[in-house]
Design a protein around this ligand. Structure first.
Ligand SMILES: [Zn+2]
Length: 333
């Protein structure tokens, strides 16, 4: 048996992108959103409460705007969860023409458009859920200095839009810090002296200890010709190299446990798990094809928590509670 007193303390945060469901391979819709997945949230919340987890729901406009879905979130005891904001440009008025692949990313919008959308999103969450969001995640990830400053103006003090080790044609989180940090407005992947908004990335890593080297190899494989891509698959299947996200919709419990062990070994202060609410129902988003999607996700979360408890003292926090703790720790260090 491990000795309780010698265990490290680690913060555990679960964030849930709380949003409509639809087939992501289709075009971006602007209305008639289906939010039936939200009715799985009371069961998820209850499950979390039993384990001690305090979920943070990053709520988007489609959910906040649906009276029945909003009521589900309004009915959760506010001391046992947090309501944050999540901006899907295609689902959040005012609209500025059809949404393209490019304009579906918040980072690509003119800041005036983001400002107008964010204003309506905050108002809708306040009116229909009765909460004022202080934490934020962009739709489709990615962040820049203009958005960070807009968030500060609107009283947000924690962002979680960095997707570690990921890049696409519009933004790159490749060299972003994987631990919480105060982002620079000019180079949001980097630490700065500002203390107004804290970035708390989701937990991601590799199944090998040397993350920078793993990232280099992984990247080289992704950019290499087809024969190399095959080699990358080979690396994955032979368990030599895996990129792992702490997300029960993307990874197995076994892989997540590996990631937890490496995070604890690296003395990381926080484990930040995430999922999409739409993964709580079967076969909608294409992320999870599991039968009994919610049960399957809960089972994985439980396995990860039980394993973590053997090796660390977990402090369960909402993301804003985690922000307070981490900011305090940094001030006293
Ligand atoms: Zn989303």
């Amino acid at each position: 048996m491990a000795n309780t007193t010698s265990k490290e303390e680690v913060i555990f945060v679960l964030t849930v992108d709380t949003e409509e469901e639809w087939d992501w391979s289709d075009e971006f819709p602007n209305d008639n959103f289906s939010v039936s997945n939200i009715f799985e949230i009371p069961a998820l919340q209850l499950f979390c409460q039993e384990l001690g987890i305090k979920p943070t729901y990053f709520v988007d406009y489609a959910v906040a705007n649906n009276p029945n879905a909003a009521a589900v979130l309004a009915n959760i005891n506010p001391t046992l969860c947090e309501i944050g904001a999540h901006l899907h440009p295609w689902a959040n008025p005012p609209f500025f023409g059809l949404t393209s692949e490019e304009s579906s990313h918040v980072v690509n919008l003119p800041i005036e458009q983001t400002q107008q959308k964010l204003k309506l999103l905050i108002e809708k969450i306040q009116d229909n859920i009765g909460a004022t969001p202080r934490s934020f995640r962009t739709g489709r990830w990615g962040i820049n200095g203009d958005i960070l400053q807009l968030l500060i103006t609107n009283d947000f003090d924690v962002d979680s839009s960095i997707y570690p080790f990921y890049s696409n044609e519009f933004f790159s989180c490749e060299n972003a810090k994987i631990s919480p940090y105060w982002p620079d407005f000019n180079k949001p992947n980097q630490e700065s002296a500002q203390r107004k908004i804290l970035e708390i990335p989701v937990t991601c890593g590799f199944n090998k200890n040397n993350y920078p080297l793993c990232q280099k190899i992984h990247r080289a494989m992704e950019q290499a010709p087809f024969t190399w891509i095959k080699a990358n698959g080979l690396l994955w299947h032979s368990k030599l190299l895996r990129k792992i996200y702490l997300s029960p919709e993307l990874c197995t419990a076994k892989d997540m446990i590996k990631l937890v062990d490496l995070s604890l070994k690296k003395k990381h202060k926080i484990l930040h798990m995430y999922l999409h609410s739409s993964s709580l129902i079967e076969g909608i988003t294409g992320l999870s094809q599991d039968k009994n999607a919610r049960e399957s996700i809960c089972k994985k979360i439980q396995q990860v928590i039980e394993h973590t408890k053997q090796n660390a003292n977990i402090k369960f926090c909402t993301i804003s509670e985690a922000k307070k703790q981490l900011a305090q720790q940094q001030n006293t260090n």
